[in-house]
Design a protein around this ligand. Structure first.
Ligand SMILES: NC(=O)C1=CN([C@@H]2O[C@H](COP(=O)(O)OP(=O)(O)OC[C@H]3O[C@@H](n4cnc5c(N)ncnc54)[C@H](OP(=O)(O)O)[C@@H]3O)[C@@H](O)[C@H]2O)C=CC1
Ligand SMILES: O=C(O)[C@@H]1CCC=N1
Length: 314
């Protein structure tokens, strides 16, 4: 990590300031802002990395305004750059690779990038791109002593509201303690974290990365049903979303198994069992599970340059 940054704090540089780049910076900023407020009212010693600065890079000029509009109010040092990835990497201590998967070679292949990355950490959230692919591209002859470390993480878009489920891929060999601490700090500040081996990153991509879209479809269907039965749209959406949140609370905080939870809600002879049987008749369990498995297959191909990854299959 660059010692030169110590007095001004560490810098997170984001390469690709789209949905995820903004969501992650936003979540981290919200978390740091909350920690500042907490520190002001408590004397407890803090053992958190001194992350203070953010650099948002993109290839699309309007992204600068988008980033400022989404994050400007946090009052952190925020620099926006268009087509200046190298400058962003030079300024950063930890680099978040959040472009589309197939773009990574354009970014990391730019002259000077390998030098600028010396001793730093790249966190890649690219679906389907392995740690080996990135390392092999940067260091085709094997990593030099001052090589950067590449860490693969799969977060989700709920990072923005600090409710991400982020899967950090196990690093071999382990990261240096301060590097590990910084990666853990960033992702645990924007939600929950689990660490899993490389072979489980594609299913993690489907379940956690794509998951918000799948659950949003169910949520929307529930709200639609409410509207169909006469609820105003706004109330129907809040009711569906809060009910989904309550269910996840019972599982996450209450440790309830989903099958037991279903059973507890199903009063004998009541309406819930009637609704559940309609869902089973419609094959919702199979369709939902198939969606996650399909997304896993597609995710596994995203880094291979394979075309038509979403072409129809049996
Ligand atoms: N969306 C999600 O929920 C999740 C996405 N991911 C992964 O995160 C990554 C980003 O996804 P997402 O945020 O949805 O994608 P977006 O398209 O929203 O963001 C990517 C950004 O990178 C920009 N970009 C393109 N080329 C370059 C370049 N050469 N240098 C710098 N920036 C560039 C794009 O600009 P332009 O639009 O002009 O191409 C775009 O603004 C993907 O790899 C995806 O697999 C992981 C977990 C969840
Ligand atoms: O749809 C995608 O490919 C990305 C990866 C996970 C979520 N969005």
């Amino acid at each position: 990590m660059a010692a030169s940054q110590d007095s001004k704090g560490l810098t997170l540089t984001v390469l690709g300031s789209g949905t995820m780049g903004i969501a992650i910076m936003g979540g981290v900023m919200a978390s740091l802002a909350a920690a500042k407020t907490q520190a002001a009212i408590s004397d407890a010693p803090k053992d958190t990395p001194n992350l203070q600065n953010f650099v948002a890079c993109d290839a699309w000029a309007p992204a600068e305004e988008k980033v400022k509009a989404a994050l400007g109010h946090y009052n952190f040092s925020l620099t926006t750059l268009t087509n200046k990835n190298l400058e962003g990497i030079q300024k950063g201590d930890i680099i978040l690779l959040s472009c589309k998967p197939h773009i990574f070679k354009d970014i990391l292949g730019e002259e000077g990038v390998r030098d600028a990355l010396k001793g730093k950490i790249i966190v890649s959230i690219l679906a389907g791109v392995t740690q080996e692919q990135i390392e092999g591209f940067l260091y085709p002859d094997g990593p030099p002593a001052d090589a950067c470390r590449v860490v693969r993480v799969m977060p989700n878009t709920a990072s923005f509201v600090r409710e991400s489920m982020s899967v950090i891929q196990t690093s071999t060999p382990p990261l240096k303690p301060e590097q590990h601490k910084l990666v853990e700090f960033i992702f645990s500040s924007i939600g929950r974290v689990v660490t899993l081996p490389p072979a489980l990153m594609d299913i993690s991509t489907a379940l956690c990365g794509s998951g918000p879209a799948f659950f949003a479809l169910v949520l929307e269907a529930a709200a639609d049903a409410g509207v169909a039965m006469g609820l105003p749209r706004a109330e129907a959406q809040i009711m569906a979303a809060q009910t989904m949140r309550g269910t996840t609370g019972l599982v996450l905080e209450g440790g309830e198994h989903p099958a037991i939870l279903r059973d507890k809600v199903s009063t004998p002879g009541g309406c819930t069992i009637g609704g559940l049987l309609a869902l089973e008749e419609g094959g919702v369990r199979g369709a939902f599970s198939r969606a996650v498995r399909e997304a896993t297959c597609v995710a596994s191909q995203l880094g291979q340059g394979v075309k038509n990854v979403n072409g129809t299959r049996r």
